[in-house]
Write a protein that binds this ligand. Sequence first.
Ligand SMILES: CCCCCCCCCCCCCCCCOC[C@H](COP(=O)(O)O)OC(C)=O
Length: 160
Amino acid sequence: MQFSFQQGGWGASLADKLVRKCDVLNRGFSGYNTRWAKIILPRLIRKGNSLDIPVAVTIFFGANDSALKDENPKQHIPLEEYAANLKSMVQYLKSVDIPENRVILITPTPLCETAWEKECIIQGCKLNRLNSVVGEYANACLQVAQDCGTDVLDLWTLMQ
Ligand SMILES: CCCCCCCCCCCCCCCCOC[C@H](COP(=O)(O)O)OC(C)=O
């Protein structure tokens, strides 16, 4: 997310598509999981006046949360906590007047294990994420969207 506004990034493309319609703000923090994001969210989005209410807020987590506990304990978040953290962020947004119908959850994308393993080796570690595990977090994200009544962009399915 943090780097999505770089040249050719999806954030930059989105901002370009929506030019003259709305501003696209990037509040991505590379490497963050839902536990850390939940803590900083109140510093990123505060209650404003009615003119400041965002048209839409996207919440895009799961890639880092789903890192394997044994191989990457710093980023790993248990599945149940991941779902609870997503719900908590939706509830926080509601408390600052951003209702669930303005929130879009985005599932994590599928993981190319061979490409990621090469990255891990460069970093001096073993493969620390598995596509099948990411899929469990994507399903949990879909469930949270259903429970909370938000829209959801199912990149897990769309990018298979
Ligand atoms: C209002 C309409 C919103 C539409 C949003 C459209 C979103 C399109 C998204 C395309 C996504 C492309 C693939 C992104 C892959 C992201 O992977 C992220 C993870 C975690 O990275 P980070 O955020 O830096 O921690 O990447 C890795 C390597 O784990």
